[in-house]
Design a protein around this ligand. Structure first.
Ligand code: PXP
Length: 238
């Protein structure tokens, strides 16, 4: 079964636009789970422009499913994750000023750095995932870091899906099969939506988890959050 983790950063973005507490991020996390999400993802960025560090602390106790915290492993981020102890941490090579994640790790270049951080999280009972592209070298070096999982950066799949879906998915199938052969779990995320999710799932049915934010929260404006989560879940059913 491929789990759906809902990234609730966009809810915080709307809240932050007015400075109050509407919409309520904590209630959104509770409701996403009630509506069928298999997990909640948050991505606190250094400037806290979406999810704030204080949100992460408040959300942890209401998680009944799986909590995934993703972000660049700065000293502050590492300290936050170690204090919250989520089920999973996803390490992302975000530049400080990136609008959104726009690449996976160069796991060869950063192998020593990642190995040390992965080891620290795993020692504390936190599952680790490294955000990577489809290059075989990056996946092999990810495996050598000791990480439990990788998260495939699916933007290149999403952007080519409408012109040539089989060619768009092919490198992801190869990457996922390599990762599986190396004993890694596989997550996927970025720009997944109601058009492209089913095809990805049909081609790589052994993905452990997809993490989806932007399109899902945008769809919820028209379809409602409960209905939207159910529609995404349906794309992941066989
Ligand atoms: N995975 C990672 C590592 C991300 O940084 C993001 C965006 O915050 C996502 C998944 C979700 O991407 P999207 O918002 O396009 O669904």
């Amino acid at each position: 079964m491929t789990k759906l983790s809902v990234n609730i950063n966009k809810i915080a973005t709307i809240r932050n636009a007015r400075g109050g507490n509407v919409p309520n991020v904590l209630n959104a996390a509770i409701n996403c789970q009630v509506f069928g999400a298999d997990g909640i993802t948050v991505h606190p960025r250094p400037d806290q422009r979406h999810i704030r560090y204080s949100d992460v602390l408040e959300i942890k106790p209401i998680i009944k499913t799986e909590f995934n915290i993703e972000g660049y492993p700065s000293a502050e981020f590492i300290a936050l994750v170690l204090s919250v102890k989520p089920h999973q941490v996803t390490l992302v090579p975000d530049a400080h000023d990136a609008i959104t994640s726009n690449a996976g790790w160069d796991t060869g270049r950063y192998r020593a750095f990642l190995t040390e951080i992965v080891g620290e999280f795993r020692k504390n009972g936190i599952r680790t995932s490294l955000f990577v592209g489809t290059s075989a070298t990056d996946i092999e070096n990810a495996a050598l870091s000791g990480t439990d999982r990788i998260e495939l950066y699916t933007e290149p799949y999403a952007s080519s899906f409408s012109t040539d879906a089989p060619s768009a998915v092919a490198p992801f199938v190869r990457a996922a099969e390599l990762a599986r052969s190396l004993g890694l779990g596989i997550n996927a995320g970025h720009d997944l939506n109601l058009d492209n999710l089913r095809f990805l799932h049909e081609n790589i049915p052994f993905i452990d988890e997809v993490s989806i934010g932007h399109a899902l929260i945008s769809d919820a404006l028209y379809l409602g959050l409960e209905n939207t989560i159910q529609l995404y879940k349906r794309q992941l059913s066989r």
